[in-house]
Design a protein. Structure first.
Lengths: 341, 91
């Protein structure tokens, strides 16, 4: 069969059953826990994992946690509540803004933003987001982060970030995912449950996650699925259309930022097909015929996938020790190609 | 000091820390060799701007300009002030 979008099609019913069996075996038999905790964000990944957890453990042994903070889109909470209700789970809500204020998350991040844009005042309605260059297929620019501010009047300004400010903004923002991980484990431990991860293959293997944050879980339910395959499962599992049709976002920065702008630089339909082709050694001519992209464009995309996987490899490693050495550490890596941005 | 030597010295000191087992020559891809990630790119740009007295446009931060000693040296010869690179710069 010639290469085309059908390569990413899955048997959603069979895949759902496979994951449900995996979750039950992992949680009940290997981890010896009594159920699962899932953080639900109003996005499609956590919606699918909640649905799978309910199938695996039942609604009575599934804890759905909503963990908003002051930069979260208010729609996220509404969608998460509706989702939990649909699957018969009474959600727990933990507002984490006060915890983040105590850690200095916002103050540290905003101080770094003001070093780039001295006018930035979130209290006056300024918003901010971090993005990567968008023109991956046409220019092949390197992954240099840029900071955008949105003024109260709606006008925008974008500047390239220096290493100090980029690191500080990201490090402060990562407190959000790490605080959520702390709350997920509070609710898991008090019930003797396991934390069920919601990262998909794109996020996990390309490095779009926070070490000891959203990657701090006991079981990875969908880390083997391309994003477009997660959507197939979502449709099969009856995830509400409002969630399935929502633009994927990390919901981390105050200004709306899609995952494409923030990290992946390609629409998921395009990325998944090209990444599948790279992973399966599909000849360039076939990829060009299926996608319409030139050899140079395909090469740029492949290089970006490889570079992200390679530069984020450390995120997937277990802690290093003298006993295991570097070889032992790399056993924890998700793939030999992976690295971060 | 010739520009290629300056780049090599920067890479050895600041990206490989004198500890790495990574071997490279002037045509080795920094990306393929695992020398360059996004933080390294940002630091490299900051070093170029401080050392060569130039402002690097985001559109110039490409593999074609940054992905080896020779590519970076050629970019600097094209774009930096002549005095900074000891020769002819961008007209």
């Amino acid at each position: 069969m010639s290469f085309d979008r059908r390569a990413l099609e899955i048997d959603a019913a069979a895949e759902s059953g496979r994951i449900v069996n995996f979750l039950r075996r992992s949680v009940y038999t290997v981890l010896r826990r009594r159920g699962g905790v899932v953080g639900i964000s109003g996005g499609v990944d956590s919606a699918v994992v909640l649905a799978l957890s309910v199938r695996a453990f039942g609604p009575e042994r599934t804890c759905a946690l909503i963990l908003p903070e002051k930069d979260s889109d208010p729609e996220s909470r509404v969608l998460a509540r509706d989702l939990a209700a649909q699957y018969g789970v009474k959600p727990e809500e933990e507002e984490i803004t006060a915890a983040l204020e105590g850690l200095g998350c916002y103050a540290r991040r905003d101080a770094a933003i003001r070093r780039v844009f001295p006018e930035y005042r979130p209290g006056l309605g300024y918003k901010a987001r971090v993005t990567l260059p968008e023109n991956l297929m046409d220019v092949g620019s390197l992954n240099v982060p840029m900071l955008a501010i949105v003024r109260p009047d709606g006008s925008e300004d974008v500047r390239r970030l220096a290493p100090e400010e980029a690191s500080e903004i990201v490090a402060a923002s990562n407190m959000k995912q790490r605080t959520r991980m702390t709350m997920l484990y509070f609710h898991a431990e008090r019930r003797h449950y396991a934390v069920i991860g919601t990262a998909n293959k794109n996020e996990y293997e390309q490095g779009f996650f926070v070490k000891h944050g959203d990657a701090g879980v006991d079981v990875k339910a969908i880390a083997h699925l391309y994003k477009t395959q997660v959507y197939q499962l979502a449709e099969y599992l009856g995830v509400p259309r409002a969630i399935r049709e929502r633009t994927p976002s990390s919901d981390t920065y105050s200004a709306p930022t899609s995952q494409q702008e923030f990290f992946f630089r390609l629409p998921f339909e395009t990325m998944d097909l090209l990444w599948y082709a790279q992973e399966h050694g599909v000849p360039q001519e076939e990829v060009t015929r299926a996608t319409g992209f030139s050899a140079a464009q395909i090469r740029r995309a492949f290089e970006d996938f490889t570079q992200k996987a390679r530069s984020t490899a450390h995120l997937r490693m277990h802690p290093l020790s003298i006993e295991t050495g570097p070889a032992g550490a790399t056993r924890g890596a998700a793939s030999g190609t992976g690295t971060g941005v | 000091m010739e520009i290629e030597q300056m780049v090599r010295q920067y890479v050895n000191r600041n990206l490989l820390f004198g500890e790495s087992q990574i071997m490279y020559d002037d045509d080795t891809s920094f990306l393929a060799a695992g020398i360059l990630d996004s933080m390294a790119v940002m630091e490299l740009v900051a070093w170029i701007e401080a050392t060569f007295g130039m402002k690097v446009d985001i559109r110039d931060i490409t593999p074609e300009n940054f992905d080896s000693v020779n590519r970076l040296a050629a970019f600097l010869r094209r774009c930096a002030a002549p005095a900074a690179v000891g020769g002819n710069g961008r007209p």
